[in-house]
Design a protein around this ligand. Structure first.
Ligand SMILES: *[C@@H]1O[C@H](CO)[C@@H](O)[C@H](O)[C@H]1NC(C)=O
Ligand SMILES: *[C@@H]1O[C@H](CO)[C@@H](O)[C@H](O)[C@H]1NC(C)=O
Ligand SMILES: *[C@@H]1O[C@H](CO)[C@@H](O)[C@H](O)[C@H]1NC(C)=O
Ligand SMILES: *[C@@H]1O[C@H](CO)[C@@H](O)[C@H](O)[C@H]1NC(C)=O
Ligand SMILES: *[C@@H]1O[C@H](CO)[C@@H](O)[C@H](O)[C@H]1NC(C)=O
Length: 370
């Protein structure tokens, strides 16, 4: 099924244009509400064991992941979130080692998500879950979800685990993945890089000495930033200059450390570094970050100085973070003349900058009004 708001819109677009195309997307555009798109959804079967909070909190989080039309929508209304783009909760397909099971599960989850939101595309959109075992198959499923289901891009949960012992890791920064990136750029949709928990052998070797660092406090950004920097250093953005990759949690710390990253990489150009530009430059051409789960004004202003506010977009990370916290923070930033020394709230951003952060950049990146 297609996420087409009305058959009339479809008929109009078909009668005006001879080549097949998606109907114009109609969403609940209040002119000021936010757009959020690192927002988890899942079927009861795909939600794996959750951690990092009390057992009671985890029961609620599980219920919030499965829900679409009840508490989620109520909180969106209460917090002025116009449009939420849903994606499968981590690790989703990236945690399935069998290529055939991963591919069939991705298809059925994408169909299920499309069906669940099909009666409210005013408020909900979707990012595809993809099996990343095979770049060509991933490209085909992305194409299917975008062209046939009206999805707005894909979200991958870091590396794809594989192998009979679940101990092979597939990263998407090698030339074998070029067919996938070619499809992504042909479709002109973004791919969101979201973290996942590591396979057991890595947890055992790297984190058993300090288990509280597993998850969002440290493990997620350490692992995912390596993958994102792999895309940079292996020249993926040189080969696909129009590729758009979104990195949540304020860019998984990468925009905080550009001087050291680029100066140490620069020293390796003479020994064969494939990357043609700099990591800093890709933040102006290919990479975007979001505020998901990282509601800190001074960090936002620092990243604005490093990569520009036009590369940063609002998101929540629901239900691991609350819509109240995310929205309360973002709405406290605006209205002033800009620059408050990072003390939080107040006049950190101009009204125009605030609108760009909350919605305008996302409308462009996801082509919501095209
Ligand atoms: C549109 O968004 C506003 C503000 O979030 C909300 O109050 C209203 O119910 C929404 N309309 C629809 C049709 O969902
Ligand atoms: C969409 O369907 C769900 C499940 O049946 C229902 O709870 C929800 O109210 C419906 N939403 C709209 C806008 O019709
Ligand atoms: C993408 O999907 C469309 C619609 O199903 C199909 O017509 C087209 O051939 C697909 N493109 C590729 C390259 O597979
Ligand atoms: C690999 O993962 C699957 C699914 O999570 C699990 O059933 C299986 O026991 C795992 N195999 C090993 C060797 O850990
Ligand atoms: C972790 O390491 C311990 C001791 O080195 C070992 O007994 C255990 O089987 C390992 N667990 C995994 C999941 O590799």
């Amino acid at each position: 099924m297609r996420l087409v708001p009305s058959s009339l819109a479809l008929l109009t677009s078909i009668s005006l244009i001879t080549t097949p195309c998606l109907a114009r997307r109609k969403w609940n555009d209040t002119g000021r509400g936010t757009i959020a798109f690192e927002e988890s959804w899942g079927t009861p079967e795909i939600v794996g064991p959750l951690g990092g909070a009390s057992p009671e909190a985890l029961v609620q989080i599980r219920a919030d992941i499965i829900d679409v039309h009840n508490q989620r929508l109520k909180k969106m209304d209460a917090n002025g979130i116009d449009f939420m783009i849903l994606s499968c909760v981590t690790p989703c397909i990236q945690g399935i080692s069998s290529p055939s099971l991963a591919a069939s599960t991705a298809k059925s989850l994408n169909n299920e998500l499309a069906s669940q939101i099909s009666n409210n595309t005013l408020r909900f959109g979707a990012l595809a879950a993809l099996s990343m075992h095979d770049p060509v198959e991933a490209a085909q499923e992305l194409n299917r979800t975008v062209k046939e289901l009206g999805f707005l891009g894909a979200l991958v949960n870091d590396y794809q685990q594989a192998g009979a012992n679940n101990d092979t890791l597939i990263f998407y920064d090698t030339p074998q993945f070029d067919p996938f990136w070619k499809m992504v750029t042909d479709l002109d949709v973004p791919v969101y890089f979201h973290p996942r928990v590591n396979i057991p052998i890595i947890l055992n070797l790297s984190y058993s000495h300090a288990p509280f660092l597993i998850g969002a406090s440290q493990e997620f950004q350490a692992t995912l930033s390596t993958h994102v920097l792999g895309l940079c250093t292996n020249g993926v953005f040189d080969r696909f200059p129009t590729l758009k990759v979104i990195v949540g949690h304020m860019g998984e710390r990468v925009p905080s450390d550009l001087f050291r990253i680029d100066s140490r990489l620069d020293a390796q150009r003479s020994i064969g570094l494939p990357m043609k530009q700099t990591v800093r430059s890709y933040w102006h051409t290919n990479l975007y970050s979001t505020t998901s789960g990282d509601f800190d004004t001074s960090l936002l202003l620092y990243h604005k100085s490093q990569i520009g506010l036009d590369r940063i977009m609002f998101s929540v990370d629901y239900p691991f973070d609350t819509m109240e916290d995310a929205s309360g923070w973002v709405n406290s930033l605006g209205g002033g003349k800009g620059g408050n020394g990072g003390k939080g709230g107040g006049n950190a951003l101009t009204p125009e900058e605030l609108l760009a952060l909350k919605r305008k950049t996302a409308i462009k990146v996801f082509k919501l009004n095209n």
